[in-house]
Design a protein around this ligand. Structure first.
Ligand code: ADP
Length: 494
């Protein structure tokens, strides 16, 4: 099986969220299972800096506006599998955030940047690299959404692979349905696509050109990152306007939820260079040193018995951060501390800045992005907060369990699929791994925080919950296998 992952970010080269973690770990896990997995990524400066030794494969004449573009291929330091890189300075030159400019606004050239990504994924699927043609092209999120569309167009035009073999299967994974890549209708012409694609049976979405919509309509299979989210997105409440299409595709047996795993080589408290001392389920005691280091680094009062909550997230309403801000006074007055690492919506960032000023020894952290602090919070916190209104899968709650910091989460999407609530029977049986609330309200979050703080005083119960999370298997092997079976099924349909 040869799999091409078409993706707009990959850890450690460029990352805005969980997508980059998945793009690093899933192909590597598939390679360990014997598949040939490769990546296709845009040649951002952060990527090109490491791409000097890559071999040129072919010119890419489809680059919009006739820009010079080359496809290169090879091993890149830090990645577990080889990668194709689109070398096109005219499109990918600005460094920094891959989707936003310095003012935090969507980059105007995004449709061109990611139009070329999808186009190139499809062209590789049709055999652009004579030495390696994928059996499956796996597109991730809206940025790769045009790959399945181009593959369908090529197929309809009777374009066969150069070697005459069957066309590659197309799979698209929704990592977050809220981001759809919607652009003005004129985008179609800018991308050189035929008028016919602007229809309900194609890329059209309420008069706009939709990258994700195009991918969802045309892919042989759709996956999303947890079984609960796969069910939620078929409903008007969570379907972001695409529930009708998703429900139809699910009824055809073409939509499934496959839970993400976590990357043991990056997230493992027994071998994490960011922590002051390693620890594991057999000997969790050195975790206390991470707590002290975190309190010291952030200027929180250094007390081992104070319940220390942690949060590492993109700052927005979907992550429930407005609710957290509202309940902070209660958390502080009950004697808790919060270590935070947030970046995102400016008003939420400002709210948390003010909280840090108001209670410097109680609420502290960083507004921004910081890999080392994200690890230290996972290890140093007693409990990691994930109060999301919507959460397709969520990785931070799994990292928290692995690091012995039972997560407090809302019951939605992948949070519902991964965290077992600390009801007394579940604690007694050793199944409970965290704290779960249902209603997306300040009151429900505040009540659950208070309950977790009470339970924190019960050292035996807390240790059981911590232990259950630390020993749970969140590895990538099982999901990687599920994806390989899915590609095979999609191929067999042909
Ligand atoms: P999402 O993909 O919606 O952002 P996930 O929980 O799936 O949420 O993944 C978030 C990933 O991004 C985790 O690896 C988390 O550690 C990381 N992350 C989020 N915000 C920050 C930040 N401010 N600094 C460093 N890492 C962050």
């Amino acid at each position: 099986m040869r799999v091409l992952h078409v993706v707009s970010e990959v850890y450690p080269l460029i990352k805005t969220g969980g997508l980059a973690d998945v793009a690093a770990a899933l192909p590597a896990a598939q390679a360990r299972l014997g598949a040939e997995a490769r990546l296709l990524v845009p040649g951002y400066p952060e990527v090109m800096a490491l791409a000097e030794t890559l071999a040129p494969i072919a010119a890419l004449p489809e680059a919009p506006g006739g820009a010079a573009a080359w496809l290169r291929f090879g091993e890149i330091e830090g990645l577990g599998v080889p990668a194709y890189v689109i070398d096109c300075p005219a499109l990918y030159a600005p460094s920094g955030h891959p989707y936003l400019d310095e003012a935090g606004i969507d980059r105007p050239e995004n449709p061109l940047r990611f139009g070329l990504l999808g186009r190139t994924g499809a062209t590789l699927g049709a055999g652009l690299d004579a030495g390696w043609r994928p059996t499956a092209v796996h597109a991730h999120d809206w940025q790769a959404g045009l790959a399945p569309l181009h593959m369908a167009l090529d197929r309809a035009a009777g374009i066969r692979a150069e070697d005459g073999g069957p066309p590659a299967a197309s799979v698209i994974t929704i990592h977050n349905l809220a981001y759809q890549g919607l652009f003005p209708a004129e985008t179609r012409a800018l991308l050189g696509l035929p008028e016919s694609v602007m229809s309900v049976e194609g890329a059209e979405f309420h008069g706009k050109f939709g990258f994700l919509k195009a991918g969802l309509y045309h892919a042989d299979r759709i996956t999303t990152v947890s079984p609960t989210y796969a069910a939620e997105i078929r409903t008007p409440a969570e379907g972001c306007g695409l529930d009708g299409l998703l429900d139809t595709r699910a009824a055809e047996g073409r939509l499934v939820g496959i839970l993400n795993g976590i990357d043991d080589t990056v997230w493992n408290p027994a071998a994490d260079a960011y922590l002051p001392a390693p620890y594991d389920a057999a000997d969790p005691a050195p975790k206390a040193r991470s707590k002290a280091a975190l309190q010291r680094r952030l200027g929180l009062s250094e007390r081992a018995d104070t319940p220390l909550f942690g949060i590492v997230a993109r700052a927005n309403r979907a992550k429930g951060l407005d609710m957290l801000l509202n309940v902070l006074p209660g958390l502080v007055s009950r004697g808790g501390q919060l270590a935070l690492l947030l970046a995102g919506d400016r008003d939420l960032e400002q709210g948390f800045r003010e909280a840090m000023t108001a209670w410097p020894d109680r609420v502290a952290g960083q507004i921004g992005y910081d890999e080392s602090l994200s690890h230290l919070i996972q290890a140093g916190a007693d409990c990691v907060l994930v109060p999301s209104r919507s959460e397709p899968c969520g990785l931070t709650q799994m990292y928290a369990m692995r690091y012995g910091s039972p997560p407090l989460v809302r019951r939605t999407g992948g949070l519902a699929d991964t965290v077992v609530n600390a009801e007394p029977a579940a604690v007694a049986s050793g199944e409970a791994t965290g704290f779960v609330f249902d209603d997306p309200t300040d009151a429900a979050l505040a009540g659950t925080l208070a309950w977790a703080m009470d339970l924190h005083r019960d050292a035996d119960a807390w240790a059981r919950i911590r232990q259950a999370g630390m020993i749970r298997d969140f590895g990538w092997t099982a999901p990687a296998r599920q994806y390989l079976a899915l590609y095979a099924a999609a191929r067999a349909d042909r």
